[in-house]
Design a protein around this ligand. Structure first.
Ligand code: HEC
Length: 147
């Protein structure tokens, strides 16, 4: 558990550096996200429903430009760094079948038992996301490997 907290702290620091301020706003939105009701909106995982607006939002989330999570801190700006966390642009999936729904579940739950790397991934990458943000970043990751 201490290890997980440490990782979350790293993600926080990385986000704070990349995001450029607005930390208290990020904190309150994170708190709001965690009190959200169960994700009723998670019903549709038809890739045909992914919109350009979702992808743009997911891109910003992945790179820590909006929201409180920076996935690139571990996965790399191109999602293909592959040094501390898996490459997300190829067809190899460790924790799901690589479907939009599978990726969503991994992002939501995080990875407490890594299969290939030594570090873990905290749920939502470290900071609770809104349902909208989680779906957007999932759509973005899905499209990286499903052109
Ligand atoms: C603290 C580092 C860290 C952060 C931040 C992080 N990840 Fe991860 N991620 C990992 C690790 C470590 C794994 C699993 C490694 C293993 O199993 O060996 C992983 C696994 C994944 C997987 C599963 C890959 C597969 O092959 O099945 C996806 C998808 C993913 N991350 C997406 C994201 C997204 C999206 C974000 C931002 C919301 C994010 N990650 C933030 C470290 C991180």
């Amino acid at each position: 558990m201490r290890h997980l907290m440490h990782l979350a702290a790293i993600a926080l620091v990385a986000t704070a550096c990349g995001g450029g301020g607005g930390e208290s706003a990020a904190d309150s939105s994170a708190a709001a996200a965690s009190t959200e009701a169960a994700p009723a909106a998670a019903a549709s995982f038809d890739p045909a429903t992914i919109t350009p607006a979702m992808l743009a939002q997911g891109d910003s989330l992945f790179h820590g430009l909006i929201g409180a999570t920076s996935c690139q801190a571990c996965h790399g700006a191109d999602a293909a760094q592959g040094t501390v966390a898996p490459v997300l642009t190829d067809a190899e999936w460790l924790h799901s079948d690589g479907s939009w729904e599978g990726i969503y579940k991994t992002v939501q739950a995080g990875v407490s038992q890594p299969k290939k790397f030594t570090s873990m991934m905290p749920p939502d990458g470290g900071i609770p996301m809104t349902e909208e943000h989680r779906r957007a970043v999932t759509a973005y990751v899905y499209k990286l490997s499903h052109k």
